[in-house]
Design a protein around this ligand. Structure first.
Ligand code: APR
Length: 243
């Protein structure tokens, strides 16, 4: 593919894009890690030590997604519009485990940190759709063995999902856009550098405030995602130019 025809876009999203849908971020003052210690709920060691405690943490967040008034917002909708109308590929790589991108209509989507609405069997490795509460008593619908079901969430110390596909996209994109992430957690925080160095992609940060990686971006627009993202997508579609 020649450089001038390359108009592939990779979008990384983080908890900030779902904040205005009513879901907490992690590192804001009122964030999840201000209320519970990640070492107690988001590591394989925590799950081995206190499986029911970890299940309850994820059950409560899954319940909020299922029963709370949580819907995709204008930023999720703008990204679904970009995928539908942009004359090239648009891949969303999300760190989020909610299902708001799918519900907004996005299709070309990778959940690199897993998904609330899925479970994984530690015995046979199968991944199953799972929207209700989960406990150690649950039986795997595939292998029939009990006691092995865990949230399909990538915990700290575990390898994020589909990394080869993500790096392949970063190495062939013309535009990398980061939305609603603090740039604290790798490998996602390193994607901007990878895109810049491997394909000289134009890089854009859309966030409430400058992230840890802010200086690495060629362009940035700050403000609430429901204002900044639709405006950015509108301009992108109007001009057809990635930079
Ligand atoms: N609009 C846009 N950005 C926002 C908004 C908003 N309304 N509200 C908050 N933000 C920004 C914050 O300024 C912050 O930079 O969203 C970012 C959220 O950062 P984090 O809470 O660290 O969330 P995230 O970057 O997604 O965390 C990455 O860390 O704990 C792990 O696995 C977890 O996927 C998560 C990963």
């Amino acid at each position: 593919m020649s450089a001038e025809t390359n108009n592939a876009i990779v979008v990384l999203t983080g908890a900030g894009i779902s904040k205005e849908s009513g879901l907490d971020t992690f590192r804001d003052a009122d964030g999840i890690w201000a209320k519970v210690r990640l070492e107690e709920v988001a590591t394989p060691e925590a799950f081995a030590r206190d499986p029911e405690g970890v299940h309850e943490f994820y059950n409560s967040r899954r319940r909020k997604l299922r029963e709370g008034d949580v819907r995709p917002n204008a930023a999720h909708a703008a990204l679904a519009r970009l995928e539908a109308e942009w004359p090239g590929s648009v891949l969303i790589v999300t760190q989020n485990v909610d299902n708001l991108h799918e519900r907004a209509g996005s299709k070309n989507l990778i959940h690199m940190h897993g998904e609330h609405v899925k479970a994984r069997c530690a015995h046979c490795g199968v991944t199953l759709v799972w929207e209700c509460d989960m406990s150690r008593d649950d039986v795997c619908a595939d292998c029939g063995r009990p006691g092995g079901m865990r949230p399909h969430i990538v915990w700290f110390g575990e390898m994020p999902l589909q990394m080869e596909r993500i790096f392949a996209a970063l190495e062939t994109c013309a535009l990398f856009v980061s939305i609603g992430t603090s740039g604290n957690v790798y490998p996602a925080a390193g994607f901007v550098q990878h895109a810049r160095l491997s394909t000289n992609a134009h890089t854009v940060e859309l966030n409430l405030e400058p992230s840890e990686s802010a200086t690495l971006f060629a362009e940035s627009h700050y403000g609430p995602a429901t204002e900044v993202v639709p405006g950015y997508v509108e301009r992108l579609l109007e001009t057809g130019q990635v930079n």
